[in-house]
Design a protein around this ligand. Structure first.
Ligand SMILES: *Cc1c(COP(=O)(O)O)cnc(C)c1O
Length: 289
């Protein structure tokens, strides 16, 4: 907690840690919600929110993203339901500005706004410093993405002290030692090497932007990603076919057979070499229908 606090510019008492941000989100559900609690999240977002809502018997509602997949900030300001928001969002890769998040938190000051910043490090923006002035805001981050430590599984939440204290009350009556000593040593070591972290994040962002441009040059619509993946669509190539033919070439991407996004493909940004292979195969698929 001390290492995370130092990295994030907050106090240790404002940090809650868990076995991945998924577990942190689970503790947030257990601590602040009860069966029937009214929550909302976008219709297109991280799939786990619906799973939590179902698991914990919450009364949940989906707030549709706008036509262009942007977050409907007005609708989130109007509803008095607790809000689960991934910013940047997945799988769209789009993010909204800090002013919008502050507006959503201010609009309904008694309800919680849980802001999942799993991909924020690739956006160059975080809302952690908004926590000081917004007592209903909980920012959740993970070392699984930008810190390359998905296997270590370290997540944390930043919130005002009273919320963190409530989270710890639940954790300490359930699983106080949810992070192992080796895991904590790995996390602390990662946080103490900012140069490595900044280098890998910068490379990912550069490779992402170059790959996006290359896809656009081939006629793809590609959302302006603020994450480590691209979300792309082609008017003449069905996303399911694109996914299947990439797989045949040994390249794994993610196709969602869900409403609104079933003709889009999510492509994780790999190394420059891997993206070169991906673009080469995609070009081949396009020219040999
Ligand atoms: C990956 C991801 C998580 C979970 O990350 P872990 O820390 O590995 O549990 C949570 N939210 C979003 C939006 C993610 O993409």
């Amino acid at each position: 907690r001390t290492a995370v606090a130092r990295t994030c510019g907050v106090r240790p008492k404002e940090v809650f840690v868990g076995n991945g941000s998924d577990e942190v989100l689970g503790f947030i559900m257990q601590t602040f919600f009860e069966p029937g609690s009214r929550v909302c999240f976008p219709d297109v977002t991280y799939g786990f929110y619906r799973d939590y809502a179902t698991t914990f018997n919450l009364d949940w509602e989906e707030i549709p993203l706008r036509e262009d997949f942007a977050l409907d900030v007005e609708a989130l300001c109007e509803t008095n339901r607790h809000a689960l928001i991934a910013n940047p969002n997945a799988p769209t890769g789009l993010s909204v500005g800090r002013d919008e998040i502050a507006r959503i938190a201010d609009a309904q000051p008694w309800r919680l706004v849980v802001l999942d910043e799993a991909y924020a490090d690739f956006s160059g923006q975080t809302c952690i410093d908004l926590v000081a002035a917004h007592r209903n805001l909980i920012v959740v981050q993970t070392m699984s993405k930008s810190r390359n430590l998905a296997g270590a599984h370290i997540g944390y939440a930043i919130a005002q002290q009273d919320l963190v204290s409530d989270l710890n009350d639940v954790k300490f009556s359930f699983n106080p030692f949810n992070l192992s000593a080796p895991t904590m040593a790995i996390g602390i070591a990662a946080l103490s090497d900012p140069a490595y972290y900044q280098g890998t994040v910068a490379t990912t962002m550069r490779t992402r932007d170059a790959s996006r441009k290359a896809l656009k040059d081939m006629g793809f619509a590609v959302l302006p990603s603020q994450t480590n993946f691209l979300f792309a669509h082609h008017p003449k190539l069905a996303a399911a076919d694109w996914c299947r033919r990439l797989r045949a070439a040994g390249i794994l991407t993610r196709h969602y057979s869900a409403p609104r996004i079933d003709d889009w493909l999510r492509v994780t940004v790999g190394t420059p070499n891997e993206m070169g292979t991906f673009l080469y195969e995609t070009r081949r698929i396009l020219t040999k229908p």
